[in-house]
Design a protein around this ligand. Structure first.
Ligand code: ATP
Ligand code: MG
Length: 151
């Protein structure tokens, strides 16, 4: 079941992200979609803070991916311009999505990077404008459920 929350300030969106981050571990991938300015990077920033990232967390639009050192290594991908960057070495993106890292992917609808195993997508977040500073934040847990206990 997805959880749907309306936030009224960026800090509230960051706090929601921090809650999600509590459950993240290396290898986990979170997809974050929504229109321009909906708050994707704001959400990722909140999650990164909770994961112990201290420095700036800004949109990596012109680099496709940024890396942060938190309590775990974190990657932040923005695929918005991936189409312009057909020459991008797919192996580089695969590196960003290594099993040792937590990864956040903005604009996942643009394409699935090489190395992104769908099984590792543990949450899909969607943000929608609701006027002014209000945003609808829908978090869908897509973590594969644990196998049933053996009798
Ligand atoms: N409730 C809210 N939640 C998130 N951001 C908000 C909220 N209210 C206002 N904002 C503002 O909206 C802007 C969201 O920008 P942000 O860079 O996070 O969006 P984005 O979805 O990553 O955009 P882009 O598609 O350009 O990458 C920020 O300036 C943020 O402060
Ligand atoms: Mg962004």
């Amino acid at each position: 079941m997805p959880t749907t929350t309306e936030t009224t300030a960026p800090e509230e969106t960051e706090a929601l992200a921090a809650q999600l981050a509590e459950h993240l571990r290396p290898g986990d991938v979170v997809l974050v979609s929504g229109e321009l300015g909906a708050g994707k990077t704001t959400f990722v920033r909140g999650a990164c803070r909770a994961l112990g990232v201290a420095g700036a967390v800004t949109s990596p639009t012109f680099t496709i991916a940024r890396r942060y050192d938190g309590d775990v290594p974190v990657s932040h991908l923005d695929l918005y311009r991936l189409g312009d960057l057909a020459d991008e070495d797919p192996a580089l993106l695969a590196d960003e999505l290594g099993p040792d890292r937590v990864a956040f992917v903005e604009w996942p609808e643009v394409g699935t990077p090489a190395g992104l195993d769908p099984e590792r997508v543990v949450a899909q977040v969607r943000l929608e404008h609701r006027g002014g500073d209000r945003r609808l934040v829908v978090v869908r847990d897509t973590r594969p459920s644990a196998p049933p206990a053996q009798p």
